[in-house]
Design a protein around this ligand. Structure first.
Ligand code: FES
Length: 165
């Protein structure tokens, strides 16, 4: 996914930044840039007068942070206990097979999708659950339902690209 990423613009929002604002800054940078690049970690460290290793240490502590770009549509599949019981493993296998990727966050060749398995999305009664760019999809217990979600993503991409079908 392509991002217009200007870290300096983000840092301007934190004129009196201290170590306490590190996590919000990391979140902002990831939201705008798609991930925390090596350069971003170094720049944030310099801005906060912290060693890059400390910034990296904090970022790796939280599993919300990513260090490489995701696909345009980043899919999270819950593999918490409740979703597992309801078939989350099948959902993951199906997604891997359909998209030709693994659950390691590395995007498809066209950059459209990436996939990660996560411990719990917080909708345990609605499993199996997945989210796409933060939008929740509940009860994805069949190939048809999964196809509908993927189709929705491709339609959105086409809409953005002005493709008429
Ligand atoms: S176990 Fe899947 S949302 Fe919590």
């Amino acid at each position: 996914m392509e991002y217009k990423c200007d870290i300096e613009e983000i840092l301007k929002k934190y004129p009196n930044a201290t170590r306490d604002t590190l996590v919000p800054i990391l979140q902002d940078v990831q939201n705008v840039c798609g991930c925390l690049s090596r350069e971003a970690v170094i720049r944030i460290g310099a801005y906060l007068r912290l060693p890059a290793s400390s910034v990296y240490g904090v970022a790796t502590f939280y599993n919300q942070f990513r260090f490489r770009p995701t696909g345009k549509y980043h899919i999270l599949v819950c593999r918490g206990t409740s979703c597992h019981v309801k078939g989350a493993s099948n959902l993951l296998l199906l997604l891997c097979a359909k998209l030709g990727i693994r659950e390691d966050g590395v995007p498809t060749k066209d950059g459209l999708f990436s996939l990660e398995a996560v411990p719990c999305i917080g909708a345990c009664g609605l499993g199996p659950v997945m989210s796409v760019n933060g939008k929740l999809y509940a009860g994805i217990d069949s190939e048809e339902k999964l196809n509908a979600v993927l189709k929705e993503c491709r339609s959105l991409r086409d809409l953005e690209n002005g493709v008429v079908r």
